[in-house]
Design a protein around this ligand. Structure first.
Ligand SMILES: NC(=O)c1ccc[n+]([C@@H]2O[C@H](COP(=O)([O-])OP(=O)(O)OC[C@H]3O[C@@H](n4cnc5c(N)ncnc54)[C@H](O)[C@@H]3O)[C@@H](O)[C@H]2O)c1
Length: 347
């Protein structure tokens, strides 16, 4: 087994957001590698059935904003922290900006404070490529590109998290690492009003409905298989060369949304096609495609999953867990709460 994986055997590792799409996959992998994993998650968007139920995973239900919960989990003296809990994502933050600031801003600050206080050896912060690079930027997206033009509260607070990490690194010497994820997909992500396009497309397709495309379909995203992200996270927690750094974790390829929709329809046998709806105002990114050169150089990151293969695995996970997924998927009325209030007032 590779050294960076062996490293986790017997380590005490805290995963915030470990019931979520990415965190549950990370938790499973860490447990298999022999780590003692503590998961803290308030289940606001994660699912308890997603957390592996094994002896070396301790699940603590609660919020990273709750100091009693923080004292409880840091009492276990984690050596490595993977901070993945977040108020997810863009549209959710547009609808609930204060909650977004509390969880992604204050929550991250508290995690950093407790990590310094208890001598955590490595703090890995789940940053976001979509948050950092703004709207119109040169492609492929490279880490040194900086913009002030962020279009949602989520983008602002995910950036804020990176800035706080920088402060704790420079001021207290906390060994932070800030991988920037790009559009994760794979088993473990339950569809819903505020979730990513891939689980939602699969969900609608399995219900025999046309897939809603918000735009022209020519938009692109750099979809990254969750297993590749987990591998990048394990590397980020181990390699010394990662400390203090921000780097993209992506697939390094672009896929058009229309191509994705056609693939999902083909693989699920859905003949309802697609329907076009208007672009969301904050969605200013026509193309998203990341350079992964820095992650390769710093931590030897090399994404392995072919896109169509990853989609097939994800669809199989939907088939295997359909009842639970259907019961957990939450879709609101589809309008932002701001708009909803205006509609109510007019009526
Ligand atoms: N999924 C992506 O494409 C993507 C892209 C870039 C960055 N990220 C970042 O990666 C991380 C994980 O994303 P994900 O897709 O797994 O999201 P997710 O919503 O599935 O997981 C986040 C988890 O955090 C939990 N949580 C939320 N608020 C909490 C709180 N106050 N206290 C404790 N737990 C809380 C939720 O219940 C959920 O289980 C997030 O930080 C996200 O910003 C994700």
């Amino acid at each position: 087994m590779e050294e960076y994986k062996q490293f986790y055997k017997g380590k005490t590792v805290l995963v915030t957001g470990g019931a979520g799409a990415i965190g549950s996959n990370l938790t499973r992998e860490l447990a298999e590698l022999g780590a003692h994993v503590i998961v803290v998650d308030d289940l606001s968007s994660g699912q308890i059935w997603n957390v592996p139920s094994v002896a070396n995973v301790l699940f603590v239900k609660g919020s990273i904003l709750d100091e009693v919960i923080l004292k409880r989990v840091f009492f276990e003296r984690p050596q490595i922290v993977f901070h993945l809990a977040a108020f997810f994502a863009n549209q959710n933050s547009v609808d609930h900006p204060e909650r977004d600031l509390m969880v992604n801003g204050m929550g991250t600050l508290r995690m950093l404070e407790y990590s310094v206080l208890t001598g955590v050896e490595r703090f890995v912060y789940a940053s976001s490529g979509c948050a950092i690079y703004g709207g119109d930027m040169p492609l492929p997206l490279k880490e040194d590109f900086i913009t002030m033009h962020l279009s949602t509260p989520y983008q602002i607070t995910k950036m804020l998290g990176e800035l706080y990490c920088n402060f704790f690194y420079h001021h207290y010497g906390l060994k932070v690492v800030k991988p920037r994820f790009f559009n994760s997909y794979g088993p473990g992500e339950v569809p819903g009003q505020y979730r990513n396009v891939i689980p939602n497309f699969i969900y609608w397709a399995m219900k025999g409905l046309p897939l809603p495309i918000t735009g022209t379909g020519e938009e692109t995203r750099d979809f990254t298989y969750v297993g590749d992200l987990v591998d990048g996270l394990l590397r980020a927690g181990y390699f010394e060369s990662a400390i203090g750094q921000s780097f993209n974790l992506a697939s390094g390829r672009e896929v058009k949304i229309i191509e994705l929709a056609n693939m999902v329809n083909k693989l699920t046998g859905n003949d309802a096609g697609v329907r076009f709806v208007s672009r969301r105002k904050w969605d200013t990114k026509k193309r998203r495609w990341a350079s992964i050169e820095l992650a390769k150089k710093l931590i030897g990151y090399e994404p392995k999953m072919q896109f169509e293969e990853g989609l097939k695995i994800t669809i199989q996970w939907f088939r295997d867990n359909w009842e639970k997924i259907e019961a957990s998927a939450e879709f609101g009325p589809g309008a932002s709460s701001a708009v909803r209030e205006m509609v109510v007032k007019k009526d």
